[in-house]
Each structure stands twice: as structure tokens, then as C-alpha cells.
Design a protein around this ligand. Sequence first.
Ligand SMILES: [Zn+2]
Length: 319
Amino acid sequence: MLGLRFCRSDGLTVASHNPIEMRVDRAIDLNRIRPNHVEALERLPVNKDFHLPGVRTLTVERFTSSEAGAWSNSYLISGDSDAILFDVFMVSAEAAELARAIGKTGKTLQTVMISHAHPDHFMGLDAIVDRFPSARVVSTTNVVRDIQQDGPWMMSMLQGKLGPAGPKRLVVPEPLSEPVLRLGGNELEVVEFGECESKHIASVYVPPLKALLSADLVYNGAHLYVAEKHIASWLDRLDELAAFAGDGVSTIYPGHGTAGGLDLIAQTRTYLNDFAQALQTGDANAVERRMLAKYPEYHVKQFLTVFSIPAFFPAASSA
Ligand SMILES: [Zn+2]
């Protein structure tokens, strides 16, 4: 189900500094500030310390796993003293490294929010909860159910593949009672999308930053995981996302790849259409050749070659 509510910020002007990408997001409450004032504020020099008196600051910091760990993103949304972690890494050592990096920020990790039931976003939870036992691990009811259903076989599969580098135990999030996360006096909205890259995806909308942490509904510069074969419904969800974004979202933080603007929706749509078109050849090798020729620099090649194509050509891959 898609929630179309927009939580306009309550008069916040926020500067956010992302130390990895060195990009700055600034959101301004358009209900309170006239357009000429908006322009004036936007012309101010970029400065992460800039804020108006009484303004509460939020930042979004991106952490990225290795290529073998699916180059997946984990985001730390921080307030003055507390933080929310959005997704975790799959490979144990990388999840533990992520936990150490969070520890170094000095913020209190109050919540870990999981976006969807794919291993590269939740399987390393054990390393995080071991380091932060008082953090609440949450997601939507649907995503929790997906993890309950698919988590056990995904964990056995990964333990088989990764051995000691794999997850030690399955941690299942608890369902949120309302689609809201609170941080430093701000309310972040949890917006769930239905069938697309996975069965459900729970994104997080951060009103004062005009930012959406989309997880795998949107990718940037990485091959898409299309192994669940829901190309048509994924395209529908992208339409819903575009409608949701409207003028309330200016930055998308994807599940794989760097943050960008709303053009990432079109980029994801184009890849899906290209993949669907390549499938028309009816030849697994031709699909691979075409997609690699079109996207030679894209990360996570294994999503294309080991997962997506074999899902559509099971006979070819088992031959
Ligand atoms: Zn992913």
C-alpha cells in the first residue's frame, strides 16, 4: 500500500552534510517562506553548520558494502544526539565494520529500520544488534512477514555460500505500530511500496531534507536485481513513486549507488525497459551481451549474470 501523505516540515530549515558524497541538502518549508526568500536562502554558501536559531539538524550519511557484498547502501540518519540506521550489510565482517563506524559517530543508535527482505539489506543484523543491544529493530508488518517467510532459507543459502563470512543468526525486526520514525524532534514517514524489486519495500521520507531513502525501488549505476521477475509491477511502483515525490522530494538515496535527484526514477525505468526488450531475444547470452554493452560501467554485475538472467532462462543456466 502506498501512503500519499506529505508531512510538510514544521518550519525547519536544515543543512545536511554527507561526508562521503560531499553533497548538501537543504529543505525549506515553502508554506512559510515566500519564493524570493527561498531563492535568497538557496544562494547562501554551502556550509554544513549553517542553520537558523532553533533549527534542528538532520544528516544522512551513506555507507557502502563491497562489490561482493552487493555494493549495497546503509544509511545513518542522525540528529543532534540520536541516530537511525536504515538497512545493514550482508557480509558479517562488513556489518561489524559498519557497527564500529556508527560507534565512532558518538550518536546513540535508537532504531534500525529494514527496508525489505533481501539479504544485502538485512542479513547482517546480528552484528549490529550485538554491538547496539538497546537499538530497536523495526520494519513494516509486510516486510517483517517477508523476512519471517524468506529469512530462514536465505540465511541457510548464504551460510552455505559464504561460510564463516556469512550471517551467524537470523534477526527478525518487529513491526512498527504506525508508519513513523521519530528522531530529534522530527517525524520521518515510513512509506511502503508493494511488489517491485522485492515483495514489499519500506522507504523512509525525511521531510525537512526533502529526501527519500528509497532502498531498492531505485538504483543508481548498478545492475538491477530482477530475479523476482516483476518488471511490470516494478514499473508501476516507479510511477507511484514519481507521483509521491512530486515537489516534496528532491533527493533520492537509493539502495545501490550514490544519491541523486528524481532522474534516478527514469534511470531505473530505462534499465527495466532495456532488460525487458533484451528478453525478447529469447537468448540468455544475447541478453547478457546487450545489457553489458549498454551498461559497461555498472556495479554488481552478478545481479545481472547470476540472478536476473538465470531467473528468466532457468533451462539455459542449468544446462
Ligand atoms: Zn539490494
